[in-house]
Design a protein around this ligand. Structure first.
Ligand code: HPA
Length: 251
């Protein structure tokens, strides 16, 4: 088993976004299978390798691909990249994902900042934590306001939205999207919320960056397909690279 090298910043690349890793830090990647507690992803568009190196002079870990509950993984495995990043000394984590847009003012094909979340996965990485301080973790500000301000400075067109994290793997029904909208969600996806909670438990600063790959179910006439989601991710790779470079340089 290999341990990630010491670093300051970690980035997790979601659906279709993996290929940005090798342009950001063009080093030989470490396959997830040789990292403690990790497994090879089974979701298309998720590579399953850790890229390490200096990004804009900052030692960075880039997890190309993530593990999801819907693949049958335990919560501990889903949040393992966060734990590895923390052990490697990272104090900041940037969680990227692909999402369905519920708020029509968040354009399809564009990135949005996650301002807050609804954890609707039915589980939590803190289950079983006996320590009261840890168990009753304050989640008033999961997504760091200062980091969001930095991201907006890097790209003033970035809007913010509340991300609803569901277990998946099916896409939502139009009725579920209406429910989520009434509950205050602007974006919907199948990841990120558990990782963000674990990062907060470990005292890390979290930035959530979501690529709106499609209008959520029932809001457009097209059917939802994973290939479409991955393709939207690949199409946005160049913009993501530029944004991540600016962001990390300013941290
Ligand atoms: N729903 C859930 N997850 C997603 C979506 C969606 O519409 N798009 C990309 N990930």
């Amino acid at each position: 088993m290999t341990s990630p090298p010491q670093a300051r910043v970690a980035i997790v690349l979601g659906s279709g976004l993996s290929e940005v890793a090798r342009t950001l830090v063009p080093a030989e990647p470490i396959p997830y299978s040789s990292l403690e507690g990790m497994a090879a992803p089974t979701a298309g568009g998720h590579e399953g390798a850790l890229y390490t190196g200096k990004l804009e002079g900052v030692p960075t870990l880039i997890f190309a691909g993530r593990l999801h509950l819907y693949e049958g993984h335990e919560v501990t495995r889903v949040v393992q990249p966060v734990r590895l990043a923390h052990e490697a000394g990272c104090d900041t984590i940037i969680l990227t994902n692909a999402s369905g847009g519920i708020d029509p003012s968040l354009p399809v094909g564009g990135f949005a900042l996650i301002s807050d979340h609804l954890n609707l996965t039915g589980t939590n990485p803190l289950l079983g934590h006996a320590d009261t301080g840890t168990r009753f973790l304050d989640l008033t500000e999961v997504y760091d306001a200062e980091l969001r301000a930095l991201a907006r400075a890097a790209d003033p067109t970035l809007k913010e939205g509340v991300y609803a994290g569901l277990i998946g793997p099916v896409y939502e029904t139009p009725a579920e999207i209406r429910m989520l909208r009434a509950m205050g969600a602007d974006l919907v996806g199948m990841s990120t919320v558990l990782e963000a909670i674990e990062a907060r438990r470990l005292g890390m600063r979290v930035l959530g960056l979501s690529l709106v790959t499609n209008a959520a179910a029932g809001l457009s006439s097209t059917k939802l397909e994973h290939e479409e989601v991955s393709a939207a991710g690949r199409a946005a790779a160049g913009r993501l690279e530029g944004l991540l470079r600016k962001l990390v340089a300013d941290l």
